[in-house]
Design a protein around this ligand. Structure first.
Ligand SMILES: C[S@@+](CC[C@H](N)C(=O)[O-])C[C@H]1O[C@@H](n2cnc3c(N)ncnc32)[C@H](O)[C@@H]1O
Length: 246
């Protein structure tokens, strides 16, 4: 799916059930997350992640952080409790409208729309911490690879980069045409249902671990560790990558 379509689907998620689209807990579907419970998950995750980061990088600077794929600002708001300035970037205007409404940190937090396959609107060497979770999996790997290289470019020298992405891809696009009548009928039925119900699609992709590690090295970052990242769900094998810009 191209980024234009990805954006279209996330706009629809943001309009209909934004908290659930971010944290797809089955019991909270249909706008059943409370604002308090939802944002508390962000505070807890960021606290735990930063504790791990500080162990590995005790000299982590707390000036500026980037939250790529910030959604409604669940993690951006939590990062602002640790960093002086935080930038949340997202492809969806509607997600960012929610995020701005939930901002409790005034001008210390800014939210930027980015619909391109790069982060050129952000300067080189400008962030002490670059963070992205449950985002890179929702786009074609060709784009995720470009953003990862951009994470390294925008990180300050010695800056810390932490992101998560599954290591395997899940097939969710229609299979090639088949003449088996039952499969064909199922596919037609599913496509028709999607069109009628206008269910937005949440893409799910991954990139093998070795490829990510090579990409980080080629982009100018030193991998500190890669580790199983089950917080993004256990149905698909996911990895976290902690790296430092050289
Ligand atoms: C599952 S939500 C996660 C939000 C946030 N990281 C969190 O954990 O609370 C995924 C977000 O990624 C955004 N997104 C998807 N593709 C993107 C892209 N190419 N660039 C920036 N944001 C993107 C979506 O709009 C959505 O807000």
């Amino acid at each position: 799916m191209h980024l234009r379509s990805t954006k279209k689907h996330w706009e629809r998620f943001a309009r209909t059930d934004p908290f659930w689209a971010v944290l797809t807990d089955g019991e909270r579907k249909g706008n059943r997350w409370t604002e308090e419970d939802f944002f508390r998950t962000g505070v807890d995750s960021v606290r735990d992640e930063l504790a791990g980061v500080r162990e590995a990088c005790p000299d982590l600077r707390l000036g500026s952080a980037l939250d790529f794929g910030c959604g409604v600002g669940r993690l951006t708001q939590a990062l602002a409790e640790h960093f002086q300035h935080v930038t949340g970037v997202d492809i969806s205007d509607e997600m960012l409208t929610h995020a701005r409404r939930f901002n409790r940190h005034g001008e210390r937090v800014r939210y930027l729309l980015n619909t391109s396959d790069n982060l050129r609107q952000l300067a080189d060497n400008s962030f002490d911490f670059v963070y992205s979770v449950i985002t890179l999996q929702h786009m074609e790997p060709v784009f995720a690879r470009r953003y990862i290289a951009e994470f390294v470019r925008v990180a300050a020298p010695g800056g810390v980069i932490l992101f998560q992405i599954p290591s395997v891809s899940v097939r969710h696009t229609p299979r090639p045409f088949t003449l088996w009548p039952d499969t064909l009928l199922k596919r037609l039925y599913r496509d028709l249902r999607r069109k009628l119900a206008a269910d937005p699609i949440m893409e799910m992709h991954g990139i093998p671990r070795a490829e990510i590690e090579a990409l980080l090295a080629a982009s100018g970052a030193r991998l500190i560790r890669s580790y199983r990242y089950d917080a993004a769900g256990t149905t698909i094998e996911s990895w976290g990558y902690l790296a430092r810009k050289l």
